[in-house]
Design a binder for this molecule. Structure first.
Ligand code: COA
Length: 710
């Protein structure tokens, strides 16, 4: 199946023959431009088949009135007729037995014509071909040299694939990437994604020998689970960089859990990208800067970085940026300092950044670079050049390249040449020769930062431990089913505790009582001090209505509290049905954290961890991952929060039992994966005690999916 997809996409992007249905005689029309661009891109004329029932000839090529008349085999069909004619010509393409069709035509789902678009997919399924589009710019491939699009020119050839959901952006970026010296293997406009989507192309480019980096502009992913699975596999082989636009909330209606409030749609994308090893670019500037670095430079073999500069200021800027990126600037060992002294004036600096001063010309740059390249303790070099009146930037670029060539060492080298127009040629030369060069020190550092980040992602992806957990699924199902049968969408506190216990989550024992006598008995069984809590399906935030009373030390206090809690509910929530009063132990306070789950419509269960307490929504110190979680992912999400600093022992405090949080996160992940009926889980607070003392869920809330809302 996968090989089928690979071969079909190959025919689509790198065809040997192309038919253009809607090839117009009018030079102003897109159908004409597609044929003209194909010819211009050097595609063999005898393999281009213009289709137009009203024309005999277009741009010197013979026209056919239908694709069925073409005597030869056709790999790719490009459709440029108005929307109402598309189904008819698509049927004909199917009868011809083609495998790949690109539909440039607009006027489908993007303007509400959903049914018309579904019809296209039905035709494709009937004949077994794949569709790209509709609503795209066409096909732009530099490997075979195919411009079957209305992009004026092909991008520069290269090894970066670019997938874009915006067609206009595709056209605009062709010129921009040319200017920046960025080479693309393919430019794929995916349009409405009626059939083939970004995941199919990530999969294809993952296997494509001509592509080294996959970049994409996306507004949304349609198949969340598949996206993570495919992207994760591809990221192990080559980097994926995505610019995801559109951060607006997708969740409509009242959000009823803390986790739900904190988990905007963007949190799900962020989590999914992290888990799939995808690098997320904030703007298309970084998207291509990073793509260039990953396409050209070697991945660093270790963490020791050295900055070489001819200007103090550039060195300082690079140092600041390195700190932000967590790049380790190595202390230069004395023996190397001595060697470097030979390549600078007496007032130069052998500290890191190494400043060979504004006097540095070709020889000093080359000499210093050679020392750094040959020293096995150094893994990455950032070479900076500020343009001066006494040096020729082309000489400096040559010096750097000669040093690399002569030492023949495979090391990570990135550069920044500062000086605008005057250094452009030199900068381009470096980039062309696999030393990605940027206009500012910060950009060069960001490029190096991304190389390190990708390296780390790749290492992480290769070690993911999934654990088997023993749980009582039947018991949890019994409780959930009962609630659903009663038409309820939230579990009562004791039901929620029951579900959590069935999944091995440590929960505070809660005894439901229906009279003062029962409450006294329960308190005596558990032992004072105790807490009283109202049990009512309608009350979700108990504190707000006085539905919880803490630290009850004896029988007298208990009897008083029992009356008080009932009165509170009668006054503040008169319509709430009281199912009884819960008695539970007043436990020692641990470090408060929140653990939760919110089901995302695209990616599924999104597990949350963060700082707990009543200010949770204000502090927003939270991290998310998509279930099912590996042990490493659970640890990672804890480490991502500020809470981690406190949990591991802040200012002499004892470290806490972080393993108990990891275990609970894994169990929540399993619970959410096992029951699609659960929409949200909040454990707030979860008390964590000192190392080896475990943790306990104090309050647990479980909400169920409102199927009728779908
Ligand atoms: N088979 C082949 N060609 C046919 C045909 C058929 N069954 N029926 C008609 N044609 C021919 C027409 O005669 C015409 O050729 P001519 O100019 O030589 O007469 C040609 O196909 C195009 O048809 P026309 O009706 O003139 O359409 P158009 O060129 O005005 O518009 C589209 C067609 C596809 C460009 C237009 O509908 C569209 O979707 N434009 C938006 C494209 C876009 O922006 N895409 C997204 C980018 S991000």
């Amino acid at each position: 199946m996968m090989n089928d997809l690979y071969n079909q996409v190959l025919k689509l992007l790198r065809p040997s023959s192309v038919a253009v249905i809607g090839a117009s005689r009018d030079p102003e029309k897109i159908g004409h431009q597609v044929v003209r661009n194909l010819i211009r891109s050097g595609f063999p004329r005898e393999k281009i088949y213009p289709i137009n029932p009203r024309a005999y000839e277009i741009l010197g090529l013979r026209c056919y009135s239908s694709i069925l008349e073409v005597p030869d085999k056709v790999d790719l069909v490009v459709i440029v007729v108005p929307a109402r004619i598309v189904p008819k010509v698509l049927e004909e393409a199917g009868k011809k037995g083609v495998e790949a069709v690109a539909i440039i035509t607009s006027g489908f789902k993007e303007v509400g014509n959903v049914e018309a678009e579904l019809q296209l997919v039905r035709i494709a399924r009937k004949y077994g071909f794949r569709i790209l589009g509709p609503n795209i710019v066409g096909i732009c491939d530099t490997i075979r040299g195919v411009n079957a699009s209305f992009c004026q020119d092909l991008p520069r050839p290269g090894n970066i694939a670019f997938i874009t959901q915006s067609g206009a952006l595709a056209i605009a970026l062709v010129g921009w990437t040319r200017l920046k010296g960025i080479g693309l293997s393919d430019l794929v406009s995916i349009g409405n994604k009626a059939d083939l989507n970004e995941i199919d192309f990530i999969d294809f480019f993952g296997r494509d020998p001509y592509t080294r980096v996959i970049s994409a502009y996306l507004e949304g992913v349609t198949e969340g689970r598949r996206f993570i699975e495919v992207a994760r596999e591809v990221s192990k082989k080559k980097p994926i960089i995505i610019l995801k636009a559109g951060k607006a909330e997708r969740t409509i209606g009242a959000i009823r859990s803390h986790t739900g409030t904190l988990a905007g749609s963007d949190a799900a994308y962020d989590a999914a990208f992290k888990q799939a090893g995808v690098l997320r670019a904030p703007t298309f500037i970084e998207l291509f800067d990073w793509a260039l670095a990953l396409a050209k430079a070697e991945l660093p073999r270790g963490e020791n970085t050295v900055i070489l500069t001819n200007g103090g200021g550039a060195g300082v800027m690079a140092t600041d940026a390195a700190e932000e990126w967590g790049i380790k600037l190595m202390d230069i060992p004395p023996d190397l300092k001595e060697k470097l002294r030979k390549h600078m004036p007496p007032f130069g600096s052998t500290f890191n950044p190494i400043d060979i001063t504004g006097m540095a010309g070709r020889e000093w740059y080359k000499g210093a670079m050679k020392e750094l390249l040959l020293d096995p303790r150094i893994h990455s070099i950032v070479v900076l050049y500020c343009h001066t009146a006494i040096t020729d930037p082309n000489d400096i670029a040559d010096a750097i390249l000669e040093a690399i060539r002569e030492t023949d060492v495979q090391k990570t080298v990135v550069a920044s040449f500062i000086g605008g127009e005057e250094v452009m040629e030199a900068c381009e030369k470096l980039t062309k020769n696999n030393v990605p060069c940027y206009e500012s020190p910060e950009k060069a550092i960001s490029a190096l930062g991304i190389l390190y980040k990708y390296k780390k992602h790749r290492e992480k992806l290769s070690k993911q431990t999934m654990v088997h957990l023993n749980v009582d699924k039947k018991q949890a199902y019994k409780i959930i089913k009962r609630a659903l049968n009663e038409g309820r969408y939230s579990l009562t506190p004791s039901e929620a505790a029951g579900v959590a216990s069935a999944y091995g989550i440590p929960v505070l024992e809660k005894i439901l009582t229906n009279s003062k006598e029962e409450a006294v008995k329960a308190a005596e069984k558990i032992g004072y001090p105790v807490v009283l809590e109202i049990e009512s399906p309608q009350i979700i935030h108990k504190t707000d209505v006085g539905g919880i009373i803490l630290n009850i030390k004896n029988k007298d206090e208990l009897l008083k509290a029992y009356d008080e809690i009932v009165v509170n509910i009668r006054n503040k929530a008169p319509d709430a049905e009281i199912r009884g009063v819960i008695v539970r132990k007043m436990v020692e306070k641990g470090k408060e954290v929140i653990i939760g789950m919110h089901r995302d419509p695209i990616f599924g269960p999104l597990v949350m961890f963060g700082s707990g307490g009543i200010l949770v929504e204000l502090i927003k110190d939270v991290a998310f991952r998509v279930a099912p979680l590996s042990v490493e992912e659970a640890y990672d999400m804890i480490k991502e929060t500020k809470a981690y600093t406190i949990l591991k022992g802040f200012r002499g405090e004892k470290p806490t039992d972080i393993d108990s949080i990891v275990d609970t996160l894994l169990r929540i992940s399993k619970l959410a994966s096992d029951f699609e009926e659960i929409s949200d889980i909040d454990i707030n607070p979860f008390f964590v005690y000192s190392e080896n003392k475990g943790g306990i869920a104090i309050d647990i809330k479980i909400l169920l999916e409102r199927k009728s809302d779908h």
